[in-house]
Design a protein around this ligand. Structure first.
Ligand SMILES: [Fe+2]
Ligand SMILES: [Fe+2]
Length: 220
């Protein structure tokens, strides 16, 4: 399905975004960093399309790429919230049998989430953002912000992947009936799971505000 979206906007040089973005944008600031900003700054908004979120679904161009993109985001947000919630629930469970069942589900969901998030970010980095930038150079800084977010998210996804691997290793190591082994793995997983969920909420909300209006204004 990603190919359908990419095809609608044409292919771009995968390195275009990194090549084209200017040197003046500072990502690691309270206004811009995904873990510190409260939203998109007025400076960034001044270069974006103005189209309030409440009008998107009624726009004639929404059905298609834009709607599909928001659905993917919805699934990522749902998965990250569920993973954090399940990890927390495991910490309150005493029964090793139930912990083993929950651990298997958490491992499955965690692997899927990491895989889908990386795939989604690659499509955005290599195709959508360069295409948007070439069509609308004024979006240089908003797109550089999203590029910076993806780098932070990649670090968190690496931490999460390691923690999910630790959860999966409990059974493989023959510790499936040891309560402490599950609780230890849950404790390790909870921190990156919570962090990813918070970052996804900030990043995805802002990314949609930058990019959905671009899709809805697309004349290609
Ligand atoms: Fe993204
Ligand atoms: Fe996205």
């Amino acid at each position: 399905m990603h190919c359908v979206m990419v095809g609608a906007f044409g292919f771009a040089n995968p390195c275009a975004l990194h090549y084209l973005v200017g040197m003046t944008f500072q990502y690691d600031t309270p206004e811009n960093h995904v873990e510190r900003r409260a939203g998109l700054s007025p400076v960034l908004r001044s270069s974006m399309f103005e189209l309030p979120r409440e009008k998107w679904a009624r726009h004639p161009a929404f059905r298609g790429e834009a709607e599909f993109w928001t659905q993917i985001h919805g699934r990522l947000l749902s998965a990250s919230a569920t993973l954090a919630s399940w990890s927390e629930q495991m910490l309150g469970e005493d029964d090793p049998v139930k912990l083993a069942q929950m651990g298997a589900e958490v491992s499955r969901l965690g692997h899927q989430l990491v895989h889908h998030a990386h795939g989604h970010h690659h499509i955005e980095d290599d195709h959508f953002f360069p295409v948007f930038l070439r069509a609308f150079p004024q979006l240089e800084h908003p797109l550089a912000l999203l590029d910076g977010d993806h780098k932070v998210l990649a670090e968190v996804l690496d931490d999460l992947e390691k923690a999910v691997g630790g959860m999966a290793a409990v059974t493989r190591n023959g510790e499936g009936m040891q309560r402490d082994a599950w609780l230890s793995a849950s404790q390790v997983l909870l921190s990156p799971a919570r962090r990813l969920d918070a970052l996804f909420i900030r990043h995805i909300g802002d990314e949609e505000e930058i990019c959905i209006p671009v899709m809805l204004n697309w004349q290609g």
